[in-house]
Design a protein around this ligand. Structure first.
Ligand code: UDX
Length: 438
């Protein structure tokens, strides 16, 4: 099928390349010339495992191209909207400027029977408003909402083999079945592989995405709240998570207590959800998400406080090695990154922060040039007065306590991800501090 993907960020670039890899003829469109140039040359403009490989292979087939001109969307049957919905400045609400703008700019190039498919995470009610925008323009095109659940770091796999497909279809029966048939064509390989499909209305589809992220955020903040209780009782939250996680109704995943969640989705999605619920007069229904957010942000402060405490009450002029900048491993994304936040706060308290990360240094440096960045773990650790682990990259998780101990000035480790072997570090003479652990 001929597809266009509007917006070539973390979501759109992967979607475009993956759809071409699956056999579709795809044009990816973005206003950012540098991004389009990189993608056209088969280069991923950000770090995402597996993306460079499929960009090269799909481009070689001639089925994948990129452009800055919306006119190139003309002739595609299905148009995916994959632009960002960041948090509005000075508000919790989502900024819909890019989504509205993308659809408005696409309208002149729609052919009768085309399907516009929203993939961006949006406040409930957005799809209905966009469908009206399309019909009022006189374009004879349909709209569907098809939320994306990909995780950064696993985006290629999640796009090619999703764990579920959700279609939010138009209210009119004929349009709904035409839209469904087009989406079934797009996703035929996943459907043939038995991927579960939920076909529903716009509002449900929009809410599925927002509520999935709200649930995940709540799960993380739940265990982080237990970490806070563990801290005043001497309990160990990691063992607690193991024990409650063995109940299949609870499950161990997303019970990783630590410095908390960040990234381009969870934090802004829970805030946008609260803002939207308030607009709908149902603020109290999701008021708990404000607590989820507050618990999460407190954990960043806790890592900073533990570091200060471990250094005897002040980090001023102390060298602190910060291991990790990305919001999670396998990503170079620093949007709302707890790791970077901790680094910046420590620097604000007078510490000489020397930070390292396998992939996120370039992005971090652009935003916070005041920090010192080094490429190797060895440089970061050398003569450090304290070490703070805030993104659990493999190379940090497997840090050798003896080797690292010989490099640092003080054997002080603040493990913001509870990802090290605390016994091995203590045995090597380190003062080891985890979160929610004795
Ligand atoms: C999330 C959703 O998982 C995905 O389905 C949605 O499409 C986009 O938002 P992503 O932002 O890529 O994906 O990251 P995710 O793997 O969910 O992690 C989010 C944050 O939670 C990270 O900062 C991670 O470090 C943190 N986290 C995760 C924890 O602190 N503890 C855990 O147990 C799990």
């Amino acid at each position: 099928m001929k597809l266009s993907v509007i917006g070539c960020g973390y979501l759109g670039a992967v979607h475009a390349a993956a759809m071409a890899e699956l056999g579709h003829d795809v044009v990816g469109i973005d206003v950012d010339q540098a991004k389009i140039d990189a993608l056209s040359a088969g280069e991923a403009p950000f770090f995402e495992p597996g993306l460079p490989e499929i960009l090269v292979s799909a481009t070689a087939t001639g089925r994948l191209r990129f452009s800055t001109s919306m006119e190139d969307a003309k002739g595609s049957q299905v148009h995916f909207i994959a632009v960002g919905t960041p948090q509005k400045k000075g508000s919790y609400a989502a900024d819909l400027t890019y989504v509205n703008g993308a659809v408005r700019d696409l309208i002149p190039f729609l052919n009768p029977g085309d399907l516009v498919v929203g993939k961006s995470t949006v406040p409930v009610g957005t799809a209905e408003a966009l469908a009206s925008m399309i019909s009022e323009s006189g374009a004879d095109a349909m709209l569907a909402w098809n939320p994306e659940f990909l995780r950064e770091g696993f985006a290629v796999k999640d796009t090619i083999s999703p764990d579920r497909l959700v279609y939010g279809l138009p209210p009119e029966e004929q349009a709904a079945s035409a839209a469904k048939a087009l989406l079934d064509g797009v996703y035929s390989s996943a459907l043939n592989a038995g991927t579960p499909l939920i076909a529903t209305d716009y509002a449900t589809a929009e809410l599925v995405k927002v509520s999935a992220n709200a649930f995940l955020a709540t799960k993380i903040s739940f265990i982080n709240a237990m970490a806070e209780i563990a801290e005043v009782t001497g309990a160990d939250v990691t063992q607690l998570a193991d024990a409650i996680g063995l109940d299949v109704r609870i499950g161990r995943r997303f019970l990783g207590a630590g410095v908390g969640f960040g990234g381009g989705c969870l934090p802004k999605d829970i805030r946008a959800f609260t803002a939207r619920a308030e607009e709908l007069g149902r603020g109290e229904s999701v008021a708990f998400l404000k607590e989820v957010d507050a618990i999460n942000l407190r954990r960043r402060q806790r890592v900073v406080d533990l570091t200060v405490e471990s250094l005897g009450g002040s980090v001023n002029l102390k060298k602190v090695a910060v291991l990790g900048l990305a919001f999670k491993p396998y990503s170079d994304d620093i949007r709302d990154s707890p790791a970077l936040d901790v680094a910046v706060q420590l620097r604000g308290l007078g510490a000489t922060v020397v930070a390292t990360d396998p992939h996120a240094i370039a992005n971090a440096r652009k935003l916070h040039p005041q920090l010192d960045y080094v490429d190797t773990l060895e440089e970061a650790l050398t003569d450090a007065d304290a070490v703070v682990l805030v993104t659990e990259w493999e190379e940090f998780r497997h840090l050798d306590a003896e080797w690292a101990g010989r490099l640092v000035r003080n054997r002080i480790m603040v493990d913001g991800r509870n990802s090290l072997d605390s016994a091995a570090f203590r045995a090597a003479g380190w003062t080891y501090r985890g979160l929610g652990r004795p």
